[in-house]
Design a protein. Structure first.
Length: 200
């Protein structure tokens, strides 16, 4: 079972989740991406004996599907700071397109709203390494749960595709301009692909 993240690399290597799980041979954290602190983080992981943290070199976009394909779960995590409540990591949608379950550790807000609506996730509070480690183990040991989240994740992907979003946006704007704002809001929530109609 692999968990992949390209976000907040430092919190995996310098906090307890990876250390707590270092003796679980079937769990690996795989991290891909550049960053000014990359070399220091690799050295820190080595110093702590975290053989369960695997660093990939920075990957071009064309290689990311291959990197994702090594994973069983996508780990998306951000610092426990209110400013990140409005952040929507693009990795959420890449993981959905790959049909991966989502393990989310971000402040409650835009990102949690998306994944909770799709039901393809397990959400834990950010800044709680013990809860994160427990969630990783639960997903690692529950193939049925992973399969359920994976199927929901893949089914959700078209709702967030670049092909769908412009059409959905135009339909909502047209409905709002025509005076059906409350129906436009419902449309945005249910993603029907059909422009709202006026109530009779």
């Amino acid at each position: 079972m692999w968990a992949l993240t390209a976000w907040r690399m430092a919190s995996i290597t310098s906090c307890p989740p990876a250390k707590r799980l270092k003796n679980d041979s079937h769990v690996r954290f795989m991290l891909a991406g550049p960053g000014a602190a990359r070399d220091a983080l690799i050295a820190d992981a080595h110093k702590r004996g975290l053989d369960n943290v695997v660093f990939l070199p920075p990957q071009p976009k064309s290689r990311m599907p291959a990197a994702w394909s090594l994973c069983n779960v996508s780990l998306i995590h951000l610092r426990d700071d209110p400013v990140f409540a409005e952040v929507i990591p693009s990795k959420i949608f890449e993981a959905m397109a790959m049909g991966l379950p989502l393990l989310i550790a971000v402040p409650h807000g835009e990102a949690t709203g998306i994944v909770e609506a799709e039901g393809a996730k397990m959400v834990v509070a950010p800044g709680n390494p013990a809860a994160l480690a427990d969630a990783v183990l639960r997903l690692a040991n529950d193939e049925v749960l992973r399969g359920t989240f994976a199927a929901r994740s893949l089914a959700a992907a078209p709702h967030h595709s670049r092909a769908h979003q412009p059409t959905a946006m135009m339909a909502v704007l047209e409905a709002a301009a025509a005076g059906y704002g409350h129906q436009a809001a419902r449309y945005a929530e249910n993603k029907t692909g059909t422009a709202p109609k006026p109530s009779t």
